[in-house]
Design a protein around this ligand. Structure first.
Ligand code: ATP
Length: 316
């Protein structure tokens, strides 16, 4: 039915090289790395051999070039990425806390990343796409929402499917309108990929089992729970549950694990693989990515992931 398409922020990320140094202190930085949750997702999707495309915008500058060149190299369709002559490419700075969490300074709202629209090129892409993947981080951006809502309708009307990674970030504003958009998308999703408390947030009820039951009632067909070093589990509406152990790696940079997991999982499912195999590639993609500094620097091709799976122990 056509490529997997996603919509949203395209950024460069500049990362601290030391853990435990806050934004008020100087530290050596590394970057610019191509980034933005939708960009990481789609890059991993393309690398593993899935047909993938991204809708968003960069500035007409070097940071925009860094992103577009990487995505093109990895087989992503960039035809619907606008290049703005007026606004710069978005950026994010990251610092790592000793407890494993991260702090971000985002320059998105005033950048090209938050300013794109439904153009002829977007229309041409969407009308030949078979799957829309939505990252929750894009829901608070008005321009992204306009495109997501329309793309969801077009793709669903032509028999395509929709997935949602809630990707809720404490730095992004979630008002009543964002919550309503989130609920609307949950009800339209064939596949949901939550982590942490996002499962309960999506279901609106407490407890894992009750949340899963509620989401099936709402029409979701497949729920994949991401659990970091605890691995991942897939729940299907027919009652099937498949668990996958995580790989035993040394985490250097946690950014992008969930996005790479999602990109690999969805690409594999759309290539016709069973849940077990898609979970294996998803866990491998997430784990491999955290071993390399930079948001998508560890995304893997199918051959690289096969090699990683062969040579890396699983956690039990
Ligand atoms: P993100 O931090 O990108 O928002 P997330 O919370 O959406 O991530 P995670 O559960 O952290 O998703 O990661 C997705 C998958 O990647 C996990 O299910 C796991 O298989 C793998 N993974 C992530 N972190 C690690 C790790 N430190 N060691 C091994 N595997 C990991």
């Amino acid at each position: 039915l056509g490529p997997t398409v996603t919509v949203g922020e395209i950024l460069v990320e500049i990362v601290a090289t030391k853990i435990g140094v806050g934004f008020r202190e100087p530290v050596e930085l590394l970057g610019p790395f191509p980034s933005g949750a939708p960009a990481i997702f789609v890059d991993q999707c393309g690398r593993i051999g899935g047909s993938a495309a991204l809708i968003g915008a960069v500035g007409s500058d070097d940071f925009g070039f860094v992103n577009i060149e990487r995505l093109k190299r990895d087989g992503v369709d960039v035809s619907a990425i606008a290049v703005s002559p007026d606004y710069p490419t978005g950026s994010a700075f990251v610092r790592y806390r000793t407890d494993g969490s991260r702090d971000f300074v985002y320059n998105i709202g005033t950048s090209a990343a938050a300013r794109f629209s439904w153009t002829e090129k977007v229309e041409a892409l969407v009308t030949r796409s078979g799957h829309l993947h939505v990252m929750g981080s894009a829901l608070s951006m008005p321009s992204a929402w306009t495109v997501i809502e329309k793309a969801a309708q077009v793709i669903k009307a032509r028999g395509g499917t929709l997935s949602l990674d809630p990707n809720l970030r404490k730095e992004l504003k979630y008002d009543d309108q964002t919550e309503a958009r989130f609920a609307q998308l949950v009800a339209m999703s064939n596949l949901l990929l939550p982590s942490g408390d996002e499962l309960e947030r999506a279901a609106g009820v407490e407890g894992e089992a009750a949340s899963i039951a509620r989401l099936f009632e709402l029409g979701v067909g497949e729920i994949v729970l991401k659990r970091g070093r605890e691995g991942a589990s897939c729940f299907l509406r027919d009652g099937t549950r498949v668990d996958a152990a995580a790989f035993d790696v040394k985490e250097i940079d946690p950014t992008g694990a969930g996005d790479c997991f999602g990109g690999a999982y969805i690409a594999c499912r759309r290539l016709g693989m069973p849940v077990e195999q898609a979970l294996l590639y998803g866990c491998a993609a997430g784990a491999r990515n955290v071993t390399v500094r930079g948001p998508m620097e560890g995304a893997g091709t199918r051959a690289e992931l096969d090699d990683f799976i062969r040579t890396t122990k699983r956690l039990t």
